[in-house]
Write a protein that binds this ligand. Structure first.
Ligand code: FRU
Length: 562
C-alpha cells in the first residue's frame, strides 16, 4: 500500500500502529524524493505512537504493510496551515492509504445514518467529556476525552477541534496522551478531564487529571493533577508537569477533573476537584498564587445525604462560575440513581455566593439540569453575557448499540443565563444561517411530511396550554414530547415508561432540536431542558404538533460539501 503527496519542510505525520504478524520488511516507511527518511522496522502488538517531521520540501511516499500491521489513526499537518485547515486525515480503513478531502469525510459520514449533522462527533474512535473549552483569537477550542484505537472507552488522550462558529470544526492533532503506554502495562487510565485558562501573557494553560496506570476501574487507583502549557499553534504542549498529588484527609481514590479560574478580588487561582470525602460525593477547593503550587483550602461542597444513600460514589466534572453576580456550582454524581424514577447520569446545579473562598448555597433547591439523562460532564467557558457550554450526549446504560467507526457526540453549544427565579437556564446557540435548508410554518394540528427524511431540524412553538409533538422516524417509531397536566415528558412510544420528564406549572415556549436521533428540548426559555440520544431513528419523516402552531427549520450538515 503506498501513497505519494507533496510535502513541505516542517510538515508532520503522526500515526498509531501495531504489529499483527511478524514481517521481514519495515511495517511503515516514508521516502522523500526517493530516499528513505523514516521506517518502522518493528512494532509491538499494541498501538504505539510514531511521529515524523519533514526537513525538506519534496514528494513524500508512504508505504505500509496492512497484512502485518494495523493503523488506528494517521494524519498530517503543517504548523503554518494548521489554523486554516487543521489536520488532513490519512485513511487506512479497507487497507487503503489515502489523503482525505472534505468530500471523502462527508461521504464517510453519510454512510453512517446515526452520524449527526449539527452536533460535533469525532471522525473515528471513542469520545467522552468535553475538556479545556476556551475561546481565543476569535476561535473556540474544544478538547475532549478520546481513545483513538477503538470505539470503546480505553486509555485516555485529549483530542482537539477548533471552530469559529461552534458548528464547523477543524480537527487538530491529538494534544495529550497517557504518560505511559497503558496497553503495554495492561492497564487503564491516562489523561482524564480538565479545563483551560488563558494567562496574562496570552498563553493557554490546562489542568487535568492523570489517572496513573490502574488495574481496577472502581477502586484503588491513583489520580494526580497535571498542568500543561500549549504551544502557540496548539500542536502539542510546550511542557507538562505534575502539580498536585496529595489527597486531603478523608478523600479516597477519586480526585479528579480540575476546573481552574483566577479570582481578581482575591488575587488567587482556585481549583475545584470532584471527589468523595468520607464516602460522600463532594467538591474540593484548592488555591494557589502562581497556578503551579496548590494548597488545599477546604471541602467546598458536600452532596446531600440522599446521593450517597442512593449509590452516589463521587462528584465528577464539577463546574463553578459566576453569572450576573450569582455563583453556580454544577456536579455529576457517579453511581447515583434517583429512587423515584430510576434515572441516573443526571447533572445538578446549585446557586449561591462565593466569598473569601467559601460557597454559601442560596435558598434555591438543587436543580436537576436536564431531565433526559443523556447530558453529562458539562463544561462551560465565558463571561456573564456569553457563557457557553458543551456536554457529552451519552449514558452508559444505553451505549451505542450499532457497530460504528466512532462513539460519542457533544450537545449543541448552549448559552447560560439565570432567570428571575434564579434557575439556571440553557438555550442553544443556533446553527449559522448558512446551514438553513428551509423554513416551514405549521398550523396547529398540521402534519408535516418529508418522505426523503429530515436528518436535522429545529422546531419552535409557544403553546397556550397542553400540547403534544409527535416525531415519526424512518423506522416508524415515534418520539413524543408532551405536556399533560403538571409534567413535560419526552418518550419513545412503546419503549419508555415516562421517566424522562420534568415538573412544570405550564409551558410558554419550546425549542426542540432533532439530529440523527438526538433530541434536545429547551422549554420555558431554557429553564427546563431534556436531552435524549435515541439510536432507533436517524431521520424524521413526519412531524405533528397539536396545541400550537410551530416553525420548523431544516438544516444541512456541517460537513456537507454543497
Ligand atoms: C466522566 C469521567 C471523568 C473522567 C473521565 C475519564 O465521564 O469519568 O470523571 O475524568 O470521564 O474518561
Amino acid at each position: 500500500m503506498s501513497l505519494s503527496f507533496n510535502i513541505k519542510q516542517g510538515q508532520r505525520i503522526d500515526l498509531w500502529l501495531k504489529a499483527s504478524e511478524p514481517a521481514a520488511q519495515p511495517l511503515f516507511s516514508i521516502r522523500v524524493n526517493g530516499q528513505v527518511v523514516f521506517k518502522i522496522q518493528e512494532a509491538p502488538r499494541y498501538f504505539q505512537y510514531f511521529t515524523w517531521t519533514s526537513f525538506q520540501d519534496g514528494v513524500a511516499t508512504l508505504e505500509w504493510l496492512p497484512e502485518y500491521s494495523e493503523i488506528s489513526l494517521c494524519y498530517t499537518w503543517h504548523p503554518d496551515s494548521l489554523r486554516a485547515r487543521g489536520v488532513t486525515f490519512i485513511a487506512t480503513a479497507g487497507q487503503d492509504l489515502r489523503l482525505m478531502s472534505g468530500q471523502d469525510i462527508a461521504d464517510e459520514y453519510l454512510r453512517e445514518p446515526l452520524r449527526p449533522a449539527l452536533h460535533f462527533s469525532p471522525r473515528t474512535g471513542w469520545m467522552n467529556d468535553p475538556n479545556g473549552l476556551h475561546y481565543k483569537n476569535g476561535e473556540w477550542h474544544l478538547f475532549y476525552q478520546y481513545h483513538p484505537h477503538s470505539s470503546q472507552w480505553g486509555p485516555m488522550h485529549w483530542n482537539h477541534a477548533v471552530s469559529r462558529d461552534l458548528y464547523h470544526w477543524r480537527h487538530y492533532p491529538v494534544f495529550l496522551q497517557p504518560e505511559q503506554n497503558l496497553s503495554a502495562l495492561g492497564a487503564t487510565g491516562g489523561a482524564f478531564s480538565g479545563s483551560a485558562y488563558i494567562d496574562k501573557q496570552g498563553k493557554t494553560r490546562f489542568w487535568y487529571t492523570e489517572r496513573l496506570p490502574a488495574y481496577d476501574l472502581y477502586r484503588g487507583y491513583r489520580e494526580v493533577q497535571k498542568m500543561a502549557v500549549a504551544h502557540d499553534d496548539y500542536d502539542k504542549p510546550e511542557w507538562v508537569k505534575t502539580v498536585l498529588t496529595d489527597l486531603p484527609a478523608g478523600v479516597d481514590c477519586d480526585f479528579r477533573d480540575p476546573k481552574v479560574w483566577y479570582e481578581e478580588a482575591d488575587a488567587t487561582f482556585y481549583m475545584i476537584l470532584g471527589a468523595s470525602v468520607n464516602g460522600d460525593p463532594a467538591m474540593l477547593l484548592f488555591h494557589s498564587a502562581d497556578s503551579e503550587r496548590w494548597t488545599f483550602h477546604h471541602v467546598l461542597y458536600v452532596a446531600p445525604g440522599y446521593f450517597r444513600e442512593n449509590g452516589g460514589r463521587c462528584v465528577e466534572c464539577p463546574d463553578f462560575f459566576c453569572l450576573d453576580g450569582v455563583w453556580v456550582l454544577i456536579i455529576g454524581v457517579v453511581g447515583y440513581t434517583e429512587p423515584t424514577t430510576g434515572r441516573h447520569n443526571l447533572l445538578f446545579a446549585q446557586t449561591g455566593t462565593f466569598r473569601n473562598g467559601y460557597f454559601t448555597p442560596s435558598e434555591q433547591p438543587l436543580q436537576t439540569l436536564d431531565f433526559g439523562t443523556d447530558f453529562y460532564a458539562l463544561q462551560t467557558w465565558g463571561e456573564d453575557d456569553r457563557r457557553i457550554g458543551f456536554a457529552w450526549l451519552y449514558n452508559w446504560a444505553t451505549q451505542k448499540p450499532v457497530d460504528s467507526a466512532y462513539s460519542g457526540e457533544m450537545s449543541l453549544p448552549r448559552r447560560f443565563h439565570l432567570n428571575t427565579q434564579q434557575r439556571l437556564c440553557m438555550m442553544p446557540e443556533l446553527p449559522p444561517e448558512s446551514l438553513v435548508v428551509s423554513r416551514h410554518a405549521l398550523d396547529d394540528g398540521d402534519i408535516w411530511v418529508n418522505e426523503k427524511g429530515c436528518k436535522a431540524g429545529i422546531v419552535t412553538f409557544m403553546p397556550a396550554g397542553g400540547f403534544r409533538l409527535t416525531l415519526t422516524g424512518d423506522s416508524g417509531q415515534q418520539i413524543i414530547l408532551e405536556q399533560e397536566g403538571k409534567n413535560l415528558t419526552l418518550y419513545e412510544k412503546g419503549r419508555d415508561d415516562g421517566r424522562y420528564r420534568a415538573p412544570v406549572a405550564g409551558v410558554s415556549d419550546v425549542t426542540l432540536c432533532f439530529d440523527a436521533g438526538i433530541v434536545e428540548v429547551f422549554a420555558n426559555q431554557g429553564s427546563v431542558c431534556g436531552t435524549r440520544r435515541y439510536y432507533s431513528c436517524s431521520q424524521l419523516i413526519r412531524i405533528q404538533l397539536s396545541g400550537a402552531p410551530a416553525q420548523l427549520t431544516q438544516y444541512r450538515s456541517t460537513y456537507s460539501q454543497e
